[in-house]
Ligand binder design. Structure first.
Ligand SMILES: Nc1ncnc2c1ncn2[C@@H]1O[C@H](COP(=O)(O)OP(=O)(O)OP(=O)(O)O)[C@@H](O)[C@H]1O
Ligand SMILES: [Mg+2]
Length: 309
């Protein structure tokens, strides 16, 4: 663990507790000293390892149930590798990943599959992660079949229709194909597919980065609504600090495979401790921020009005 990382931990723990009304929320994910190294090999006949790419180099953090951890940092700093190492899509070089107290790095086969049902990932490019020849119904019911959800194809179809409505689309869309939708709609379908297996934990990796600003805001608001409704826990990854701030309770700033700052998102944003974080903030287009702030304020006002009606 680095000095910066060590220093970050107590602040992180205290801040997490206060953002959850005195630390009542349970720790869902605990990552300790996670490392993911990729070997660099050389040689014509016999490949031998000459060095490692230290994509993730000893990071530690916790995420409490119902909370969002934002992971932010420049391209290549190790955000996606962290996500994959948590979900065991890559087997970490070292470290521990506890999910509800279960050590994921030690799980294999069926045990890991059962645990994966509870953890889903949403990627940047919805088109790339969908099979163009599969109808939306097939795309949504496939994970249910794999995980044994629903007793009949009828039940799974009804559930798929309900999921589509939940993400703002229509049951009639079940018969269509991915190319018939816009980027934002496709991302909504990916969210519905992730929810199909009733997960508790979602990792969104640059999930709105390919969308334009107004569509981005709609999808971010959808993710927030779903989080509230299903009591989901998120890791939200983006190179865009304004998007991360909008979504996250806590923020981890990554650089060269390490966490260089960790704390409540407001604090990180208002009082960045490193020049690197200051530069990430400076890179945020101010218009986008203002856009998101206004939308957030309007949403809060509408909710307050609904509650008082
Ligand atoms: N499978 C792999 N084999 C070798 N090196 C890899 C592999 N995956 C990632 N890397 C390297 O690890 C580092 C971190 O990559 P990663 O994709 O995690 O970054 P990132 O923060 O997600 O970047 P971006 O914002 O561009 O998505 C990079 O130097 C990358 O080249
Ligand atoms: Mg990435």
């Amino acid at each position: 663990m680095t000095e910066t990382n060590k220093a970050a931990q107590p602040a992180a723990a205290g801040a997490t507790a206060s953002s959850n009304g005195g630390g009542q929320a349970e720790e869902l994910l605990k990552v300790t000293n996670l490392k993911m190294y990729f070997p660099i090999t050389s040689g014509l006949l016999f490949q031998r390892k000459v060095a490692d790419v230290k994509a993730v180099d000893g990071i530690s953090f916790t995420v409490r149930r119902g909370e969002t951890l934002g992971l932010v940092g420049e391209s290549g700093c190790g955000k996606s590798t962290t996500a994959r190492a948590i979900l065991q899509l890559y087997r970490p070089t070292a470290g521990s990943v506890l999910f509800e107290g279960n050590e994921l790095t030690k799980l294999k086969g069926g045990e890991l599959r059962r645990m994966r049902r509870r953890m889903q990932m949403i990627f940047q490019d919805p088109y790339g992660s969908m099979n163009p020849r599969m109808t939306i119904e097939a795309a949504l019911t496939e994970p249910m079949v794999i995980q044994g959800i629903g007793h009949s194809s009828r039940e799974r179809r009804d559930r798929a229709a309900a999921l589509l409505e939940e993400v703002g689309l229509e049951a009639a869309h079940l018969r269509r194909y991915p190319h018939e939708f816009s980027g934002g709609q496709r991302q909504r379908i990916c969210i519905a597919r992730a929810l199909a297996v009733e997960p508790e934990f979602l990792i969104c990796d640059e999930s709105v980065s390919a969308l334009d600003v107004s569509v981005q805001a709609q999808v971010l608001n959808l993710l927030k609504r779903l989080q509230e409704k299903h009591h989901l826990t998120y890791i939200f990854i983006s190179h865009d600090l304004s998007v991360v701030k909008f979504m996250a309770d806590m923020i981890a700033v990554m650089k060269d495979g390490r966490i260089v700052e960790f704390g409540p998102s407001d604090t990180i944003y208002a009082h960045p401790r490193t020049e690197y974080t200051r530069q990430l903030i400076a890179a945020v287009p101010k218009d986008d921020l203002e856009h998101i702030r206004q939308r957030q304020a309007a949403r809060l006002a509408a909710r307050a009005q609904r509650l008082s009606a």
